[in-house]
Design a protein around this ligand. Structure first.
Ligand code: 6R9
Length: 644
């Protein structure tokens, strides 16, 4: 990242909102200033007013109940997020498109709000018939097909807690997440399509289920039509279940704090954290941020390219846009299938108006060349968004000029699985954008840059990004481990939410997020814990010890470099070790580089000095005090070890 940090520091370009944009939007500079000020001065009044734009069975009488570090939002209200995302729109937008889907093989499907509502109701009835009750957990392991959204909404409709596991994760990662959540139903598919081949989801699911006795039923979507074994009594075809189910369903009346979903994300220890989100606050937060940032109207076709396996897919593919009655585009496959023009061909074909994607994708397109973009008519686009990792100014400007034709505002949105919704961004009709800087706080968000000891830093000083007060879509706990919730987020600097990112803020209040400061890597916008990778590595029978560090990567942001020592007498090739990690976690975790070594650099107390490993991985000279190392000569040997 060094290169991009320097670029950001020397970046002085600004991009003002296009005049016609500023004239058309609800969220002008003035409207933002007034609402932001009120959200801090009178949070109860502000959030209660926003909540009233949605449907409640019983209206909440209070917004926040804060018993640090535990928040409850709209605690005495009852509602249903699926009702708000679907039923609420039926009188006005029933025949409008809710989902427009394109499979990787070119298959197209459209579901209107009426159709989406009917299928969600059918699945809700089917789940109830299978014995799923409010509070029960249901794991989803699906390709990016409409059924993923249908399944999430059906769970929400009956108050079941969904836990979506990204379809690219391995059987053992799935197994671990099913066990942690204690799910009793798994919804999967026979397979999915990726780069022209099939991903055998049902086979992975069967493998995972060997270690998860609590799953009573597996619902299988027929996506590819490939032959898959079905276990009698346990496995059921989605189509069979829905065929027999009624399309009428009364949504469960749920307390605002009823759990909505668990989503696993990497932290600085080996075990992924089950981030828990609840109903009312998450609903109000994603509804408002989607409205403010994207201002989706009846003529928009909005495309957020994230998979539903990540939080962006939860908040800005499914819940936020549908709560706003928007038309959402979904694409199942890879961005380079059959070639790098696939995204642009689809934007032209479907007249997509808003594109929200990740810097890694933007940098890959940039590298593939402008010609793929320029071959297509992208005049339907009006707004571009970026999320998931820091975006370097060159990529930002390329996105703006080449994809956006110079006329689309670019919003760089910073947030996390834990925050549930966008926290920092510019609003397209309100604020100048500065390439590389996410921007200003969303309503109710009170950020600061602090030292380790909690001192607030001034303009342009680098430090830890914290949030000083609770917000509606914040995580409520780590599922089954509230201590970890308190430790990870509210104890590093007492009294404030610790994001785990380094950042600085300029004199105008724009926050630039530099990247993780903990043992978490951000590879292509995906969070991976170094400890998680190391435990996967040492699970290989030949590996004795492993240390993982990130290395700057022009496309992926960070690449994974693993330093590995082998058991005495054991042998393993780099490819073996890589394949092993992919089996343990998933292909996204495959190390870019393996360096075999006879020892790792450790202090006398046995702590691995990752700082030096990072320098070696980046090809830099060793700098810093090496005198605390037990054997400083290890560093030289490591520098000479061939990268494989
Ligand atoms: C939404 C999402 C969160 C981490 C976060 C930060 C990085 C996300 C960013 C960004 C710089 C942005 N991150 N958006 N860094 N600028 N606009 O990605 O959630 O998967 O939990 O990752 O991603 O490091 O802490 P999640």
């Amino acid at each position: 990242m060094t290169q991009s940090i320097e670029n950001v520091l020397h970046e002085h370009r600004r991009y003002a909102p296009p005049a016609e944009y500023a004239a058309r939007v609800r969220w002008t500079r003035d409207a933002y200033d007034r609402a932001y000020a009120r959200s801090l001065q009178d949070p109860d009044g502000f959030w209660s007013d926003i909540a009233r734009e949605l449907h409640w069975f019983r209206a909440p009488t209070q917004a926040l109940d804060w018993q640090p570090p535990h928040a409850q939002w709209f605690a005495d209200g009852t509602t249903n997020i699926a009702y708000n995302a679907l039923d609420r729109h039926l009188p006005t937008r029933g025949d409008a498109r809710a989902i427009v889907w394109e499979g990787e093989d070119g298959t197209q499907r459209t579901l209107t709000y009426h159709e989406l509502h009917a299928q969600v109701c059918q699945l809700a009835n089917a789940l109830t018939r299978l014995g799923v009750h409010a509070g029960d957990r249901v794991t989803l392991y699906l390709p990016l097909i409409p059924e993923a959204a249908i399944a999430m909404l059906a769970c929400a409709r009956i108050g079941a807690v969904h836990s979506v596991v990204f379809g690219g994760f391995s059987a053992s990662a799935l197994c671990e997440r099913i066990k942690d959540a204690g799910s009793k139903v798994l919804i999967t598919a026979d397979g999915g399509l990726r780069r022209g081949s099939t991903v055998n989801l049902k086979a992975s699911a069967d493998e995972a289920l060997k270690g998860t006795p609590d799953i009573e039923h597996v619902i299988v979507v027929n996506r590819t039509g490939q032959a898959v074994p079905m276990q009698a009594g346990r496995d059921l075809w989605w189509d069979d279940l829905l065929r027999d189910a009624s399309a009428e369903h009364a949504p469960a009346e749920l307390n605002s704090e009823h759990p909505l979903f668990i989503l696993y994300t990497s932290g600085s220890t080996g075990k992924p954290k089950g981030v828990l989100h609840t109903t009312g606050g998450y609903m109000v937060g994603t509804y408002l941020t989607t409205q403010a940032v994207f201002e989706l109207g009846p003529d928009d076709l909005y495309w957020c390219t994230a998979d539903v396996g990540w939080v962006t897919g939860h908040s800005y593919v499914v819940y936020g846009p549908l709560l706003n009655g928007a038309s959402v585009f979904l694409y199942e496959g890879a961005p380079n299938h059959p070639d790098w023009s696939r995204f642009w061909a689809m934007i032209e074909r479907h007249r997509v108006t808003v594109l929200y994607t990740a810097p890694t994708a933007i940098r890959s397109f940039m590298r593939a060349g402008d010609a793929f973009v320029q071959r297509h008519d992208l005049s339907s686009l009006r707004l571009l968004g970026s999320v998931g990792e820091p975006i370097n100014p060159e990529a930002w400007v390329w996105y703006h000029d080449v994809v956006g034709g110079g006329h689309c505002p670019v919003v760089d949105t910073w947030w996390q699985t834990e925050t549930g919704g966008i926290m920092l961004t510019t609003l397209p009709g309100a604020h100048d954008a500065k390439p590389g800087s996410a921007g200003l706080p969303m309503f109710g968000v009170d950020p600061a840059i602090m030292t380790r000891t909690g001192q607030e830093l001034g303009p342009d000083e680098g430090g830890f990004l914290v949030l000083k007060r609770p917000w509606p879509s914040m995580l409520r706990t780590v599922y089954g481990d509230d201590d970890r919730y308190q430790q990870s987020y509210w104890s590093e600097i007492p009294g404030v939410y610790f994001a785990g990112d380094g950042a600085r803020r300029d004199a105008e209040g724009y926050v630039t997020v530099i990247g993780r400061i903990d043992d978490v890597l951000n590879v292509s916008g995906h969070r991976l814990g170094t400890m998680e990778l190391e435990s996967a590595l040492v699970a290989h029978p030949s590996v004795a010890e492993a240390a993982v560090v990130g290395r700057p990567d022009d496309v992926k942001g960070e690449g994974i470099v693993a330093f590995v020592t082998l058991q005495s007498g054991a042998t393993a090739t780099a490819d073996d070790v890589r394949a092993h990690v992919a089996r343990e976690i998933g292909a996204i975790a495959r190390p870019d580089e393996i360096r075999f070594a006879d020892a790792l650099p450790k202090t006398r107390s046995g702590k691995i000095m990752r700082r030096f490993l990072r320098q070696i991985a980046a090809g830099q000279a060793i700098s810093g005090d090496t005198s605390t190392l037990e054997d400083p000569a290890v560093l030289e040997r490591l520098q000479q070890a061939p990268a494989q």
